[in-house]
Write a protein that binds this ligand. Structure first.
Ligand SMILES: [Zn+2]
Length: 149
């Protein structure tokens, strides 16, 4: 398994250059804004090394993923006020392991929302709001806030 030509490996390589799209990184995972559509509150969680799917994670990557998703989900709720935080991971656009996470929008939920997101429906995109929320999320994550349970 190699990351040659992999778009998400390319993004992982940009970490060292402080790409403003990155909200957080651990030794094994990186969190950036949704790579395909600027939907406010939507982020992508990806492995820093090339892996293809959850079955390809090593023990340390797998061990970090649950707490990271919980932390991100809590931050999205805190920043956006959304009680629901959706996650999905298809791997059709890129085989590199990544999980997309974010809130539905007020009037569009469930399958209707996810279908719109997958179709890159322009009505879900808001570049300015997405950037503002991304900064707030980065601040919340940097503050080390974690779920209280
Ligand atoms: Zn890759």
């Amino acid at each position: 398994m190699t990351g040659d030509g992999c778009v998400l490996c390319g993004r992982a390589g940009a970490l060292a250059h402080a790409d403003p799209g990155w909200l957080l990184r651990t030794g094994r995972w990186g969190v950036s804004v949704h790579p395909a559509i600027p939907a406010p509150g939507w982020v992508a969680v990806q492995t820093l090394r090339h892996t293809e799917g959850l079955a390809g994670l090593d023990g340390a990557e797998a061990g970090e993923l649950g707490p990271l998703l919980a932390r991100l989900s809590a931050a999205v709720t805190r920043v956006t006020g959304s009680e629901r935080v959706y996650t999905y991971s298809l791997g059709e656009g890129s085989p590199h392991t990544h999980v997309l996470l974010g809130p539905p929008q007020r009037d569009l939920r469930g399958a209707a929302f996810i279908t719109g997101l997958l179709r890159r429906d322009a009505s879900l995109a808001d570049e300015a709001a997405a950037l503002r929320v991304a900064r707030d999320l980065a601040d919340a994550l940097a503050a080390g806030n974690t779920p209280t349970t």
